[in-house]
Design a protein around this ligand. Sequence first.
Ligand code: B12
Length: 210
Amino acid sequence: MEDAVKRLKDAVINYEMETIADLAKKALKDGVDPLVAIEKGLAEGIKTVGERFGRGEIYLPELVMGAEAMKSALAVLEPAVPAGKHRSSAGKVLIGTVQDDIHEIGKNLVATMLSANGFEVVDLGVNVPSPDFVKKADEIKPSIIAMSALMTTTMPRMAEVIAPIKKKNKTVKALVGGAPVTDTYAKEIGADGYSGDASGAVDVAKKLVR
Ligand code: B12
């Protein structure tokens, strides 16, 4: 079983876009927990790819290939993530990746995990203009507004959304995340919660709506 997870990690690192979906299917057939396959396999693989890109060892086309490989495997694994025990809505979450940022993999994972755990999730997608977040929050009145930012340059967009939303709605909670985001930064911009991974996001979201 560990082999299957390691194999998925390597398949992202080696950009196996054609074969990785089959590997994911096989892992499921062999009884591998889809969440473990995602977090210990795919996510670790893309982390390695990102580090290589950061060190200048590989270039954008390789980064794109790694991401594409991860996405094909996710298409198989995400629907297999077991739903939480309670199906009644735990609360409404408005989620999206902030303006000028097109990274969607982590945001999608968080959205999947939240809905698997009973939250009603409205996903605005990526590169969401800050005013759109505010407008949609006004319209659907979520209990939580969740934002993802993957770049140091786009993190400040989260503050741009939190301030006006909180001004209008005193009870809405802001949950933030993404690789460069930290707990300290989250507090600085007035967010109510932060998590470094998708399972943690569910725990924090549950606490926020309690
Ligand atoms: C894959 C990837 C891409 C893919 C994205 C594909 C897609 N459809 O999403 C592509 C190739 C398109 C891409 C493009 C770019 N990228 Co890029 N990319 C990455 C990479 C390697 C991995 C990101 C990822 O998907 N990780 C896997 C997921 C599972 O992890 P995650 O996103 O961190 O999410 C987890 C947690 O953070 C958390 N989380 C995430 N969101 C949220 C939200 C909430 C509410 C909560 C609670 C938790 C949470 O839970 C998730 C699950 O565990 C990172 C490297 C890295 N270390 O992050 C670089 C990285 C983010 N990219 C980077 C850069 C520079 C770019 C480009 C500018 C490159 C270029 N020159 O064009 C463009 C940006 C375009 C834009 N405007 O957005 C830099 C950013 C540097 C910085 N300034 O901060 C990084 C750090 C790479 C590097 N080392 O230099 N990228």
